[in-house]
Design a protein around this ligand. Structure first.
Ligand code: BDR
Ligand code: CA
Length: 324
């Protein structure tokens, strides 16, 4: 099993990333970051989810930064509610967060453990901060798989996806770190759209984890409709975890990705150089074989283009069934 640290801001879709990671990966720890909601709330939410999964005794939750490096914190109550995880009624957690700071946990773990994969499903503040604290972690980690950015359109603004928009400076640090980045951007995660049909299946499965999944999805379908007129709930963060669990679920191509920090309309945009691909727009005209040599800088990332949604749902159903 792959060793991972999951950095997140639960968040309905972050909760799904936790469910997938805890069952299929060796989760060394969960670190939290202010994003969807305050640091205090997302930390409490992470512990609540672990308690439902019966994993809170063995997996510690390490609180990280409460705000972005430079920008003020932006949260997303219109999608995730006032607690950051509205919908399911969960008991107050009985486990406490760890005393160690997320950044210290990331640095110490990566320096002492080979081949750690980072999965990041919130703003990249903790990861950037860890890179600044101990730059050698860039050569030590295996790779980082993020939910964030986009090869095409944004969601928070026309150009920018929420996680990158919230802390563009941190994202810039990560994309320029030399760590290989797997980017599950919103162009991919829009393909992961859960509707009532999936909620019905979760209810049939009936485990505690599946009921949590159903309650989360029901709430998230509602806010996705009211806040963004979406036809269902996009389980963005689950795609990043699923990519590490089963890489075959996602089609991605190497490309150079940078982060726009200054644009009046484009701050927080991931600028993806895919001029070497045959199609003019890989999300629309998918041609998987690079035909030309790279015209700009060498690829520092893989941009995800296509999700095997039925395969993803099979993995998710199986996962929820196996939590007993
Ligand atoms: C991302 O923003 C957050 O609201 C979600 O949890 C996800 O990580 C999608 O843009
Ligand atoms: Ca998230």
């Amino acid at each position: 099993t792959k060793k991972v640290i999951l950095d997140c801001d639960p968040g309905h879709d972050d909760a799904f990333a936790i469910m997938l990671a805890v069952q299929h990966l060796d989760v060394l720890g969960i670190t939290t970051i202010g994003g969807n909601c305050t640091l205090e709330n997302v930390t409490r939410n992470a512990i609540k989810v672990l308690e439902v999964l019966g994993a809170a005794d063995r997996i510690g939750v390490y609180p990280g930064h409460s705000r972005p490096l430079v920008a003020p914190l932006v949260t997303a109550p219109q999608f995730h509610g006032e607690t950051g995880l509205d919908g399911p009624v969960l008991p107050e957690p009985t486990h406490a967060p760890q005393n160690k700071h997320a950044v210290d946990f990331i640095v110490d773990t990566v320096m002492s453990t080979d081949d750690v994969t980072l999965i990041a499903t919130g703003p990249l503040t903790n990861i950037a901060s860890a890179l600044n604290r101990e730059p050698r972690i860039a050569d030590r980690v295996k790779e980082i798989c993020i939910m964030g950015g986009s090869v095409t359109f944004g969601n928070w603004t026309p150009a920018a996806e929420f996680n990158i928009y919230v802390d563009p400076e941190a994202a810039y640090r990560v994309f320029h770190s030399g760590i290989h980045v797997k980017m599950a951007g919103v162009n991919l995660t829009r393909q992961c759209c859960l509707r009532t049909e999936q909620v019905v299946e979760f209810r049939k499965i009936g485990t505690k984890a599946a009921n949590l999944a159903a309650d989360l999805t029901e709430f998230f379908i509602g806010t996705s409709a009211s806040a963004a007129a979406l036809a269902g709930a996009n389980m963005h963060d689950a795609c990043a975890a699923a990519w590490i669990v089963n890489p075959a679920l996602i089609t991605a191509v190497p490309m150079h990705i940078d982060v726009e920090l200054h644009g009046a309309l484009t701050r927080g945009m991931t600028v993806c150089d895919y001029r070497h691909l045959r199609g003019s727009n890989p999300a629309v005209d998918l041609e998987r074989t690079p035909t030309m040599s790279v015209r700009g800088e060498q690829p520092n990332a893989e941009g995800a283009l296509e999700l095997d949604f039925p395969g993803f749902m099979n993995l998710l159903y199986r996962t929820l069934r196996d939590y007993r």
